[in-house]
Design a binder for this molecule. Structure first.
Ligand code: ZN
Length: 225
């Protein structure tokens, strides 16, 4: 099992990342790919059903593989799991699969990485219904301050979409949010997590070291639920 160290850049949502010195990555494994975690320094894993790759015929099998792999010590969270109104199966099937994964998360006491595209009502409805104790981390966030504040008020964390956060005007959103709820990610795109930290640190009037230590604290708090 590997966890981020003091001074590491944390890239909280990655697909197909390669570890390098000073960077901790949280690699997102998708149940339909049937990959299993490999013990590598600088890497921990999430495991879950991405809504794009869910359908009526693989649903049961994917849930079974989440149930069986989630106990793996290198898998520290469920995900990415959630809702996508633009891609994937019916909202009803997406909801069933998401609720099943939340129930697993609560039982095994591991938090969740959420994928949510234009389905915030559905997401909030599941949160209200299941009242999870484990913390949810919304990855790829690019919405407004009002929605961000609402999600944070439910105990959620936000990781910002890299392309959004690198834009000149994005600092305004970040300055309106509590820093103890934020994460940064590359989502496996060809972008350097260090540049994202540089941009956000300057937007928040922090040093990169201060931002690193804030995000490390967020990680340790999120991970234990
Ligand atoms: Zn992803």
């Amino acid at each position: 099992m590997y966890f981020p160290q003091n001074g590491d850049f944390i890239d909280i949502h990655v697909h197909g990342g390669t570890p390098s010195s000073g960077i901790f990555i949280l690699e997102s494994l998708m149940a339909h790919e049937s990959k299993i975690p490999a013990a590598v320094a600088g890497v921990a894993f999430t495991y879950g059903i991405h809504p794009w790759f869910l359908n009526e015929s693989n649903y049961k099998q994917l849930i079974i593989s989440v149930e069986s792999l989630i106990t793996h010590p290198d898998i520290i969270a469920i995900g990415e799991a959630g809702f996508d109104r633009l891609r994937g199966p019916s909202p009803e099937l997406q909801r069933r699969a998401f609720e099943d994964q939340i129930i697993i998360s609560e039982k095994i006491r591991k938090p969740v990485v959420v994928h949510c595209v234009r389905a915030w009502d559905e997401l909030l409805a599941v949160h209200k219904k299941l009242k999870p104790e484990m913390s949810w981390l919304i990855h790829g966030y690019r919405g407004n301050v009002k929605l961000a504040t609402q999600l944070i008020s439910k105990g959620m964390y936000l990781s910002f979409w890299f392309d959004f956060v690198l834009r000149p005007g994005s600092g305004d959103l970040l300055r309106h949010l509590p820093t103890d709820r934020i994460f940064l990610e590359t989502d496996g795109a060809d972008v350097d997590i260090k540049n994202i930290y540089d941009k956000v640190a300057s937007d928040l009037d922090l040093s990169v070291d201060e931002l690193k230590s804030i995000i490390l604290k967020n990680f340790n708090r999120w991970r234990i639920g």
